[in-house]
Design a protein around this ligand. Structure first.
Ligand SMILES: *Cc1c(COP(=O)(O)O)cnc(C)c1O
Length: 424
């Protein structure tokens, strides 16, 4: 199977839509009522500069050439679209896995950090900052900073630094400075506050790399475009494999929503394609320990944009819970709030236990250990009423190496490979 890659470049349609689609952000930065840029005045200059320049830079031939070349030679794209034969037999349908787990650094996040660092260079920036929770985005950012020889500062909650020590070590080895956020609960939101404070103080020379389709406009749109390489490839690969570029279903897990946005992007205007996002239900939707933002959230403002978020009656943000650190976020990208509101995509949720079961199932059926995040998407195959004539694409957003400690705690007994120890 051959993917049409120009020499060192990707098809321009990856970054540019031929016409403004119904589900794209508008000029004001909104998806319906969601999105916008709710920022302190101190940040206005930084965000305005980005908003005025991002599309021109991304659409320039020079950018496309360098981005395409790095995606190919450094990340290892196109990532394979793998027909999962034994998984398909089990669910009596045709299931393809989009193998983002095979990317350099083991997940889709690198697509976005490569794009943003190339953009930062063209904006004349010398220094990169980021915030990270589980450390995955921090590692992806530290990686591209090493690649480009740029100074890198990653803010991380002090509690998270202890919980995610291996990722802290990776970032340091890559040359990044990891700064502990010591305020509040010493987790992601405190790290975000520190990063914003840094950006306010260094508007001239610093670019802030946000890791998902969240934050003030233009971040959600920019990140979705960088990740849209996923669905651009799926289309070409499906065409070669099945004779049609359209699947019947696309399924992806949703934390902030970037791998889902990238997987959905080029199918948004093809309404025959059922788009399915899967959130983390944690210990259950009504348990109080959940990260199912779309299921439970109400409109509010978080990290600079209006979206759905989990909040109390008086607007306090509720601490999310998920067994997978990458889905543990109280908000969701505004594009998903909008796709949900319009019914263009549906959003399901999978519990910690369902994700664990799905991870063990994929491992035993296909020899692929998925990231716990991706396992949430796999967990809903059983609920989709799939038929033999369906063509289902599941985005395997990352690999499971980072989750081995968790998996080991629940490893099925040898004599009974289909069940796991109950999770509590
Ligand atoms: C970070 C992460 C996610 C969640 O982020 P999105 O922006 O929702 O894609 C999902 N899968 C993996 C492997 C991750 O590292």
């Amino acid at each position: 199977m051959s993917i049409e890659y120009r020499v060192g470049g990707i098809a321009p349609s990856v970054l540019r839509l031929a016409r403004p689609g119904q589900y794209q952000v508008n000029e004001k930065g909104y998806y319906g009522e969601f999105g916008g840029a709710f920022i302190p005045e101190m940040l206005y200059r930084n965000v305005a500069e980005l908003r005025e320049k991002y599309l021109d830079i991304m659409n320039s031939a020079d950018f496309q050439e360098e981005f395409g070349r790095l995606l190919r030679d450094y990340v290892g794209r196109p990532s394979p679209l793998y027909f999962a034969r034994r998984l398909s037999e089990k669910y009596q349908t045709r299931i393809y896995l989009k193998r983002e787990d095979l990317n350099h650094t083991g997940a889709h996040k690198i697509n976005n950090t490569i794009g943003q660092i190339l953009l930062a260079k063209r904006l004349g920036k010398k220094r990169i900052i980021a915030e990270t929770g589980a450390g995955q985005h921090g590692v992806a950012t530290a990686t591209v900073c090493a690649l480009m020889g740029m100074e890198c500062v990653v803010y991380m909650g002090e509690v998270d630094m202890q919980r995610q020590a291996p990722n802290v070590a990776r970032m340091r080895m890559l040359g990044a400075k990891v700064v502990p956020a010591m305020s509040g609960s010493r987790t992601l939101k405190d790290a975000t506050n520190e990063a914003i404070r840094d950006w306010v103080n260094h508007p001239e020379d610093t670019h802030y790399i946000i890791g998902s389709v969240v934050g003030p406009h233009p971040y959600p749109d920019m990140v979705a475009r960088f990740q849209s390489v996923i669905s651009a490839e799926i289309k070409q690969q499906l065409q070669a494999e099945t004779g049609s570029e359209l699947p019947t279903h696309v399924v992806a897990c949703v934390g902030g929503g970037s791998n889902a946005a990238g997987s959905f992007y080029h199918f948004l205007d093809h309404v025959s394609v059922q788009l399915i996002g899967v959130e983390a239900a944690g210990k259950g939707l009504t348990s109080g320990y959940t990260a199912a933002t779309i299921a439970l959230g109400r409109p509010g403002v978080i990290h600079g944009s209006k979206t759905l978020l989990m909040q109390t009656e008086d607007g306090q943000i509720i601490e999310p819970h998920s067994i997978s650190a990458g889905l543990d976020y109280p908000g969701v990208g505004p594009i998903h709030a909008y796709l949900h509101a319009t019914g263009r995509a549906i959003y399901l949720s999978a519990t910690d236990q369902e994700a664990l079961d799905a991870a063990f199932e994929l491992t035993r059926l296909e020899g692929i250990i998925p990231a716990l995040e991706s396992a949430h998407a796999l967990a809903k195959l059983k609920d989709l009423q799939l038929k033999p004539e369906h063509v289902v694409v599941v985005c395997l957003s990352g690999r499971g190496d980072k989750d081995m400690e968790t998996y080991l705690r629940f490893l099925p007994a040898d004599d009974n490979p289909t069940t796991t120890e109950p999770y509590s």
